[in-house]
Design a protein. Sequence first.
Length: 193
Amino acid sequence: MNPPDSRIPADAAAPVETLYEGRWLSLRKRGRWEYAERNNPGGAVIILAVTPEDKVLFVEQYRVSILQNTIEMPAGLVGDLAGQHDETALLAAQRELEEETGYRCARVEFIHEGPSSSGMSTEMMAFVRAWDLVKVGPGGGDESEDIIVHEVPRREAGAWLFARAAEGYSVDPKLFAGLWFIEHGRLGATGPG
């Protein structure tokens, strides 16, 4: 349900001004609001992946934007490769899972989509569950990435994340939503969740 029109601020009707346009992001201004816009219209995908041994896959990498090592779930941009602008979140999830972790999945399931940071960015993120994983390669990302894969027993995943945060890693809060989705699936979904 949409809120009443009286709740929509006047800034929403203001024209959009481009402050900067880069390869992956643009900085826009509408009224008094400045925000980042993804230049790939497909947004991003977070992959919920559990191995046959009931281990959740996490990835570790250094993120220049925050100058810190992070713990994340496998993830990536949708439609960011040349010639794949019409890529879906489900296809991107399969590609990114194998690239980052070395695991291939038999099927993927859409779980949920929402904004990554609605006050700062137009980026939408989809959570996708990967099923029936098989190890097919080393993972580690592409030539521009240096990813370390962590396989953590599902029952210990929350405690493991808090322990990494205590050690100084930046732990993406969306991981806790991901763990909830792994346990509960998509509301109203039928089949394995």
